[in-house]
Design a protein around this ligand. Structure first.
Ligand SMILES: [Zn+2]
Length: 172
């Protein structure tokens, strides 16, 4: 089983390209048999799609996807199907194909504890970065979260949610 990266997307693009953009995402295991090019290992959560026309002909699109292993999957273009045809469009080519004006994607991998960020602005190169994060979990209020780097002064011995002192790991 792969691990999964949950990703929140925010995209500004021409309204008449919204459907085309969304069609590059997989929706089920067999979707790739039915379509032309697609984003490798990346499944859209269809209920999460939200489109708002912010000005004439321009829309703001938000949605959530799940990528197997890492957001690195969506840069993959070289995978070939059994006919030797590469059917994966990399994200940058997708952005150009759909005249994307700006795009951000924030990925969160809660099991192996890393985050990934993608930023794209029309006419510039796509930027990708990732960071490891340290999770915390409170036994009392059952809240989970991550310590943020900018909170380096935070007291990591108490729960940020309910302020209960974390139990110390017992030494044998
Ligand atoms: Zn708590």
């Amino acid at each position: 089983m792969p691990n999964w990266v949950d990703t929140s997307w925010e995209v500004t693009l021409p309204t008449d390209k919204v459907t085309r953009f969304l069609n590059y995402f997989l929706t089920s295991d067999d979707r790739d048999k039915l379509r032309g090019k697609f984003l490798y290992r990346t499944f859209i959560v269809e209920e999460s799609v939200n489109v708002t026309e912010t000005s004439k002909g321009i829309s703001f699109l938000s949605f959530v996807s799940d990528s197997a292993w890492s957001l690195g999957s969506i840069f993959e273009t070289g995978k070939e199907d059994k006919y030797g045809v590469s059917r994966c469009i990399g994200l940058e080519d997708l952005c150009k194909d759909c005249d994307v004006i700006s795009l951000t994607a924030r990925g969160d991998e809660p099991m192996m504890c890393f985050r990934e960020f993608i930023e794209y602005v029309q006419g510039e190169n796509l930027c990708y970065s990732s960071e490891e994060v340290t999770p915390w979990m409170c036994e009392k209020c059952h809240t989970m979260g991550y310590w943020e780097d900018e909170d380096s002064n935070a007291d990591r011995t108490i729960c940020p949610s309910c302020k209960e002192k974390f139990e110390e790991e017992e030494d044998e």
